[in-house]
Every structure is written in C-alpha cells, then in structure tokens.
Design a protein around this ligand. Structure first.
Ligand code: UN1
Length: 513
C-alpha cells in the first residue's frame, strides 16, 4: 500500500535523523540514545531517531532566543509572507505528508490529509492575521492625552504536542506564534517524531530563501524529561501543551511556579445529547464518526451519548447495526473507517477500561475485542465498543483514549441531559441534536453546556480552525488556532501619551513643586 523509502525521499528526509533542528541546521548526530519508530499500521520499522540531551535542549533554546532578537524586528506582514510560503509548501507536500501521518500515527488517510489541510488553513489564517494584530484605543480622562494598547512579540514559545494530531497542533501554535514575532521550540510526541522531522524538511527551503534567522522554527526530539526542562525554563515565557490532564497538570504547575504563561489543551469527555426532537439520520453520522473516527483518539472524540428514554431503544438498535458493519483495518486502504490504536499500551488501556466498567455494572453491547489475523498482526486493531453505563461510574468519568462509547439514558426535560453532560471534570466539546429551538437555546445558554465547544446538530469532533479551540475545567482553559487566540502569543502594553504642555495627573491628584 505504501512505499516508505520513496515517501521519505519525496519529503526530502535524509536517512539518519538527528535529535534536533534549528530550522537551518541539524544536531545531536552523535547522541547514543535512539528510538525506533514502528508503524501501528503494520508494525514495520519506519525509522530510528536520536533522542536529545539536556545540553541539546539548552543549545536549541539559546539559538531560539538569539533568533527572537532579530525576528521580532521584522514587520509582521513580512513574517506573514514567510508563513504564506510555508502554506504553499504544505500544499505541494499535502499528499506525502498526509500519507506519512496516516502511516506513523494510524489514522485513516482521509484524516491524515485532513490534518495537513488544517495546517494549510491555519497558514492562510495567520497570513491575514499578520495585518490585524489589533489593540484597542481608549479615551483618556485627562485633556490632551490619548491611550491605546499594543501587542508586542513575547519570546520563545514552547510547544508540546501529542501523537494523535502529530503535525496540525504544531502549526496552530507555530504559525500564529511566528506572525506574532515569536520563535518556537517544538517537542513532538516521542511516539510520532518522524512527521515532525518531515515538517522541518518541508519548511527549510522557505526559511533559507527568505533569510529567516536560524532558530525561528526549532524541533527537539525527546521524552518527558525535555518537556519538564521546558516547563521549568524561565527563558520560555509561554508553554503550549496538548495531551493528557495528568501531563498538563505537571506542565501547568511548573510554568505557574515561575509565573510563566501556559496554554493547556488537555483531556475531553465529550458528549452528544439526543433529545426526543433529534433528527436521527443526521445524528447517527455524527455519533459514529465522533466515536470511532481516529479510533477514538481525538481529544474531541465522542465518549458519551446522552439519549432521551423515548428514543433510547431505537438509537441503540441503529448504532449496533452501524457498528456491526464498521470497516476496520489498514488506515491507508480507502474503504476502511477505523485504523489501529497507537500502540499496545493503548490497547491495554482500552481493555482495562472495559473490564472496569463491567465491574461497575456497565454492559458491553458490542465490540471490545482485539482483532487477530494477518491484517491485524500488530495487535493494535480493536473493535470499537458500545457500553450501557451510568454517568457516575468512575470509568465513565475518565477519558480513555480509545473507541468506547457510553450510552446514558435521561428522562424529562433537556435540563436533565445538560446536568449529565456537565457532570464530568472535563469540559472540551459537547453537542446537542434537536430541531426544537427552545431546547437548543437552553443548551447554548449560560446555564447550558459548560464546555469550550458547544455545537448544535453536528458532532463533537472536527472543529474548524477559524474558531478558538480548547476547553474548560480539567481540559485546561487554553484556546488555540482561530478567533483571537493569537493574543496569548504576545505581550500586551498599554500606552498613555500626553500631547499637551501641562502635566495633569490621573484621579484628580494635585500638588505643587
Ligand atoms: C485533538 O484531538 O487534539 O476538532 C485536536 C477536531 C480537530 C482537532 C482535534 N480539529 O477534532
């Protein structure tokens, strides 16, 4: 299905991959510790990467700091022009990068290509934004004074990304940070470093052709120890981290202890509410894709389905029917909808969660097995599960990064469904299916969904880049990509200017000298 050496050569990736890159130069070739990357798709070894050391990290941040001194002086639209060209390179490489994402991470090819499309889209968004880094102007209380605010570049931005969106999350952060005048040190997930390396190769020519200083776009291949070094590093004013709530708490605590800024995009426990007024044909598409897409490994995956008791049985039947026919297998084969989990640890977590929910009284209606046979020899392919459960179960309260959909019944008004939806510690994405305006408006009201994303008549996943992306509560509170998410990548300054010949003080203070 895929010719890996040809693909790597298409992307310009050389055989041995050093542990870090500063955009123009690579380093860490002599490092002893290596990691072998094998595809969850067919188990073959794709590459071996070297792991960065603490000294490598230090060198990269020093280079990024130095680059910042120059990069911040470039006019923002000129930085935008660099991002425009990066977007063009991504268009040229969409097919190859999309395939590599699919192969290294295991999502189906359509989703791999979709992920690259999100990168292209954020480039376009950032180019426009490079001319719109607006602040407010205000009226001063003093005569012949005016006030306004400006947004200035912040410094080195650390980006820690997860395996499930191995490249898009970098671009949401890096492209905005770049037009804002920041430099970026990216630590990709150690489970998917190769796609990150590919991105460095893709952008290299643009950086060279535009004389972008070395150190504006950096990557560092390492494990949690590098992430921790970054979180504690006072030279990194903003750390943007995507991953589990457990990881995010550690990063948030370390960054908070030095009063740095963090942008956290952590676990979700996303629900769809189906009221008695739901259009079930539409809802089924949303639920099935939300729950099994990316094999349940999106932070926006649908994990809970909150169903009105009057339609519960018919929803259950329709879902069981759809799940019985799910095409599961090699994600590069275009008839498949469900690929593998990232690795065997993820399979274990899937099985453990199912065992635990059974202990609590849950009933597994379908799925929950590990597939065997030649096509599934990696042991990473599972059958997506549907479980009847209560919202209060421990297992239901946790985010298991796997395709498990919990069916939860509610009765009475939509307020009861919203209580269930909000009754978890996470607050990323939520949606309601209903053709009744009174229900949908309650869901969107200030006593409705408590999530960062609340949708009507669409599913929980597949957010567009134009909106601010992120969530509340244990999801971490950060917002990235669209809307005004760019502000976190800049420092804000309020300026008051006196254009008169007197010096009146604010708040009416009078004194003589
Ligand atoms: C993630 O899973 O970390 O909304 C991000 C979505 C994608 C992003 C998911 N645009 O499903």
């Amino acid at each position: 299905i895929i010719d890996i050496p040809a693909l790597l050569s298409d992307l310009g990736i050389q055989e041995t991959n050093p542990a870090y890159s500063t955009g123009l130069a690579w380093g860490g070739e002599k490092n002893q510790e290596t990691r072998t990357i094998s595809s969850p798709t067919d188990g073959s070894q794709i590459a071996s990467v070297r792991m960065a050391t603490a000294e490598d990290y230090d060198h990269v941040v020093t280079t990024a700091q130095k680059a910042f001194m120059e990069w911040r002086t470039w006019p923002s639209p000129k930085r935008g022009e660099v991002v425009r060209q990066i977007g063009q390179k991504l268009r040229d490489n969409k097919d190859a990068l999309g395939k590599l994402v699919s192969y290294e991470m295991g999502k189906i090819l359509q989703e791999g290509l979709g992920e690259v499309q999100e990168m292209i889209d954020i480039c376009d968004f950032a180019v426009g934004l490079s001319r719109q880094l607006h602040g407010y102007t205000m009226h001063s209380e003093r005569p012949t004074h005016r006030m306004y605010e400006q947004y200035h570049p912040l410094g080195v931005v650390g980006v820690i990304s997860a395996f499930n969106f191995p490249v898009a999350v970098w671009s949401w952060n890096a492209m905005l940070a770049a037009i804002c005048g920041d430099t970026v040190v990216w630590k990709p997930s150690e489970k998917t470093p190769l796609t990150a390396v590919a991105c460095q190769y893709i952008i290299k020519e643009v950086l060279e052709e535009n004389n972008v200083p070395e150190g504006v776009f950096n990557i560092i291949i390492g494990d949690a120890s590098i992430g921790s070094q970054m979180a504690h590093d006072g030279r990194v004013p903003l750390v943007s981290a995507t991953g589990s709530t457990r990881m995010g708490k550690k990063v948030g605590e370390a960054v908070g202890a030095r009063l740095g800024k963090s942008l956290l995009e952590l676990g979700g426990n996303n629900a769809i509410i189906l009221t008695e007024n739901a259009d079930l044909d539409m809802a089924m598409r949303a639920v099935v894709f939300g729950a099994v897409g990316t094999a349940g490994q999106r932070c926006t995956s649908t994990r809970r389905l909150i169903i009105h008791d009057s339609i519960y049985d018919s929803v259950k039947d329709r879902l069981l029917n759809a799940y019985a026919k799910l095409p599961i297998g090699n994600p590069l084969k275009d008839t498949n909808l469900v690929g593998p989990l990232i690795d065997k640890h993820a399979v274990e977590a899937f099985l453990n969660a199912l065992e635990a929910v059974k202990q609590e009284g849950g009933k597994v209606l379908i799925g929950g097995t590990v597939l065997e046979g030649e096509e599934y020899a990696t042991g990473t392919y599972v059958t997506p599960a549907i479980v009847e459960a209560e919202n209060s179960y421990h297992t239901v309260q946790e985010e298991t990064f796997a395709p498990i959909l919990y069916l939860i019944k509610y009765s009475g008004s939509v307020d009861n469904a919203i209580d269930v939806q909000n009754g978890v510690r996470q607050g990323l994405s939520s949606s309601i299916f209903s053709s009744n305006l009174l229900e949908t408006e309650v869901f969107l009201s200030h006593w409705g969904s408590d999530c960062g994303i609340a949708n009507v008549n669409i599913g929980t996943s597949g957010a567009e880049i134009g909106g601010a992306f992120g969530g509340e509560k244990e999801t971490g509170g950060g917002r990235e990509s669209g809307s005004d998410a760019w502000r976190v990548y800049m420092r804000r300054q309020t300026n008051t200017i006196n254009f008169g010949r007197e010096l009146p003080l604010a708040q009416g203070i009078k004194f003589d000298i």
